[in-house]
Ligand binder design. Structure first.
Ligand SMILES: [Zn+2]
Length: 126
């Protein structure tokens, strides 16, 4: 009988997840790298030069001076929750073979994702 490759995926351990995505800074770095793999690109004018305003946690275009956040234009736009909570929720949703209930997700994120979902009246599905 052939071995099902999907069923025997390697997965990501809790220890590895915590090591790679355990802090807010790590999550921001991952999102920044995924959003701008070759460095910042202004969403307004397309200029590839800008800098981070650490005091306001924004990026400013060197050409048109538009300020944009790391999460603007992503699925995390307007979130009040830290990226580390979202990453933890995504981890649990994707690592469980049988899915994760909303109650389980709430327990694993200390209620953060449930509270936000109730505010938005949205369902959690990725
Ligand atoms: Zn610009």
């Amino acid at each position: 009988m052939a071995r099902n490759a999907i069923q025997f995926q390697k997965g990501l351990s809790e220890v590895a997840f915590q090591g790679n995505y355990g802090t807010e800074a790590q999550c921001e770095t991952v999102l920044e790298t995924m959003r701008w793999p070759h460095g910042f690109v202004c969403p307004e004018c397309g200029a590839a030069k800008g800098h981070r305003l650490d005091s306001r946690n924004l990026y400013q275009c060197a050409s048109c001076r538009r300020q944009t956040s790391l999460t603007a234009g992503t699925i995390f736009e307007h979130t009040k929750l830290p990226l580390s909570i979202w990453f933890r929720g995504m981890y649990h949703l994707t690592q469980s073979k049988n899915g994760v209930s909303a109650m389980e997700l709430m327990r694993r994120t200390s209620g953060s994702l449930r509270s936000r979902a109730q505010q938005d009246k949205a369902t959690l599905s990725f």
